[in-house]
Design a protein around this ligand. Sequence first.
Ligand code: FAD
Length: 384
Amino acid sequence: MKTIAADVVVIGAGIAGASAGAALAESHKVVVLEREAFPGMHSTGRSAALFSEIYGSGPIRALSRASRDFLYSPPEGFAAAPIVHPRGALHIASPAQMAKLDAFCALADVAPSIRRLTAAEARAQCSVLRPDYVAGAALETGSADVDVDVLHQGWLRQLKARGGEVIVNAEVVRLSRSKAGWRVETPDLQIDAATVVNAAGAWADAIAGLAGVAPVGLQPNRRTALIVAAPEGSNSDEWPMVIDVDEQFYFRPDAGALLLSPGDETPTDPCDAQPDEWDVATAIDRVQTATTLQVHRVRRSWAGLRSFVADRSPVVGYAPDAPGFFWLAGQGGYGIQTAPAMGELACALVRGEPTPENLLRFGVEARDLRPDRFTESRATVQAD
Ligand SMILES: Cc1cc2nc3c(=O)[nH]c(=O)nc-3n(C[C@H](O)[C@H](O)[C@H](O)COP(=O)(O)OP(=O)(O)OC[C@H]3O[C@@H](n4cnc5c(N)ncnc54)[C@H](O)[C@@H]3O)c2cc1C
């Protein structure tokens, strides 16, 4: 079997592994191992591609704010096309959901990014909203559609230009301690490296298991999306993304058609997620209840995994129980929009450096993301 040496082995070539790998390749010899035949086959290639600074937990919102500059103004030569295309996000509430909308809009870091709209103003943004359904809304104007492929390929290219390597069809099947730090094995290859970055998405706890590292309690949840025709003669390309304030559904224009989701979160084992007919029907039913849209045919549907730990914030940092084993997991439904800041933070922490100043000023705190927050809370429960 071929044996090679590297400074850092990254497991997983999704958006997380690509962003961190590219950043680390500036100073380290990086090898990224991907089980599938091409990078991006799992969550990264299946997202709804929203960038929003008010979506997700507090730490997620901070990471998203810190990612904005990169997404809107990437470094010279990084991307062949724009990464983001501005599109508002309209958070809507029915009469029964108005208290929820008010509470959401009152959050200190949400309020400056939104404008409250009346029901009539919301319908002016998206003409198909039913007058008897929508009672009020909040419009985020700084949100955008992300071209995930442009972003992902940008990092993969940057990684290679910096001397890094992506090896596909390379499933990590064994991890053991070695003189260098870790020996990482695939069926055809073994690599010795000081550091292993666990960016295996829904499989991150399984990778920890191979290394004998305590899991962080990652739960993959299936989410469904489908494409249907946009109403003929409408200006649907100009609509914002419309999101139910309880995330029971959302829809947005997608290349002349509409992307719908029921906002499902079905717990599942890590897998190649497939859409369930019930979830597809639920998306259609919920969107038809809130709008005058009539869905006659589903052009395409898919599902992907959004993997969360208990507090729904990512896990970034060295494992407390295994030197050189670095977690980069738990991105949930926000791994695209947070990837620039996550990659930069992961790179700094792998190198043993403090959180970069340009992340701190947006409120990114490495301690909110530390892997040992789980072991600490377990210890507190036991002590009580
Ligand atoms: C329907 C849907 C909508 C979403 N919408 C948004 C959105 O609007 N905005 C947003 O920011 N995010 C969104 N997300 C979330 C986003 O897609 C994820 O957070 C992100 O893609 C996670 O990236 P990742 O690199 O961690 O995981 P992945 O892309 O899953 O990559 C992990 C990789 O690790 C590889 N791997 C696993 N085990 C091994 C092994 N043993 N050896 C080698 N390789 C291995 C896998 O093959 C995989 O390619 C959405 C997700 C879904 C499913």
